[in-house]
Design a protein. Sequence first.
Length: 277
Amino acid sequence: MSSLARPPVRPSVRVTLAQIAASADHAANLVVARDAFVAAQRVRSDLLVLPEYASAFDPRGVGPEHAQPLTGSYVTGLREAAAATGVAVLAGTTVPGDGDDWRATNAIIAIDRTGELAGVYRKVHLYDAFESTESDRFRPGPADAPPLVLDLEGTRFGVMTCYDLRFPESARRLVDAGAEVLVVPAAWVDGDLKAMHWRALAVARAIENTAAVVAVGMAGKGLVGRSLVVGPDGAVGLAMDEQPAIRTVDLDPERLRSVRVHNPSLANRRYRVVPRD
């Protein structure tokens, strides 16, 4: 067999970043997500990452009116697409409130390659900053909930979202639970210095945790987009602009682990992270 005919050799984990521009229409957004699955399958990705609020987004504000249960059409459609393509997915959605609290939950769902719901992360740090009050429309996830860390092809992926990126203890808690890659679906609001913050914080979380960071921002009006992938040494391996696009990267698990050998800052730490009362 000639060298040109040999199948490509690649690292264990291939990740597709779908920097989409979502609307308030669940059905339309599901069509966009299915197209992203097809693109991920075409390049044999193991994981597809969609942004925060991928199920429904309104630049004037997302709220309970955009929510669907986990058994609704959007999540069901993602599960069907994952099973059909063999690609796992992390995606942002909005889940209705229950009981006495009418506010919705900002959630990232994890679906495995067979279409099974593998976990749900409920956003802990609500975006009550920069003249926004997400807590008016959403309730926070419990700070003491078990971290969402998924094993995919022998590599551990920890999940947080958007504003969580500003809190280093969120990332450290995931790393303490075994995460080697931090995945951050987001709808990062644009504004003065905001694009710089997004990139700088992603790089910082990578360096201080000797973990790769896959940060997927939504494209569209009032948002920065600018998805990026950062290596555990802080090197930016992929940086997108503000336009909708789909890109794929390979993550080498041996490279991730070798950085921790050469820079054992996690082993040298003297404090642990615990939730506040």
